[in-house]
Design a protein around this ligand. Sequence first.
Ligand code: HEC
Length: 201
Amino acid sequence: MRVKYLSPLIALLLISLFSCESKRPASNTPIPLNQEEEVVFLEKGRFIATTTFTALSGKLQEALQQGGVKQAISYCQQAAIPLTDSLSVAEGAEIRRTSLKVRNPQNAPTPTEKLILEDYAKNAKAGKELKPIVRRNDNQEIAFYAPIKVNAFCLQCHGKLGQTLKEEDYAIIKEHYPGDLALGYVDGDLRGMWSIQFTEK
Ligand code: HEC
């Protein structure tokens, strides 16, 4: 299972070796990882993000087909958390999704996450490729960050109101998330990022 993540990883590493841009730290100054740590934690992070994403979107699609946005929302609330929790325990990691425009205030970025999100947003605006990052933060923990982009499927809950996001569906979303900011996106937009902290030393 893990082997199939290896070749895109090597490609990614090669790309980043030849581009000075991607080596630039977010804005604050993290402690650099050695090359071995960089390879190991990039692979771990990508594995966790891909596994979580596949599981979440599979279940979400199923719930949407069965009972529309209404059912899918209750899935988001009840099932998504235990799912990421069990993966967190298995991998010795804390898995979060965050964004500059959150739906659930519990997903609001920490100061470090905010700097990285702003960097991704700046690079996205400049049309640059957004790459996963691994680094050791001030708390000594190794962290993995990777951008999350919007695709057509996401728009029914995060799209433009009255267009890709139906008014009646948004009414249900608003009931659960009165302070929601996570709408108005189009296909391909940067939506947020994965933030995975490796808590096991
Ligand atoms: C059925 C509606 C629905 C669909 C489809 C959907 N989302 Fe969400 N999204 C939500 C809800 C509800 C939350 C808040 C979950 C929570 O309480 O943590 C959320 C939260 C998020 C978050 C966490 C940050 C925040 O705003 O709280 C990200 C990132 C995100 N969605 C990205 C996506 C992406 C990318 C897609 C498409 C691949 C997608 N979503 C599809 C409803 C949806």
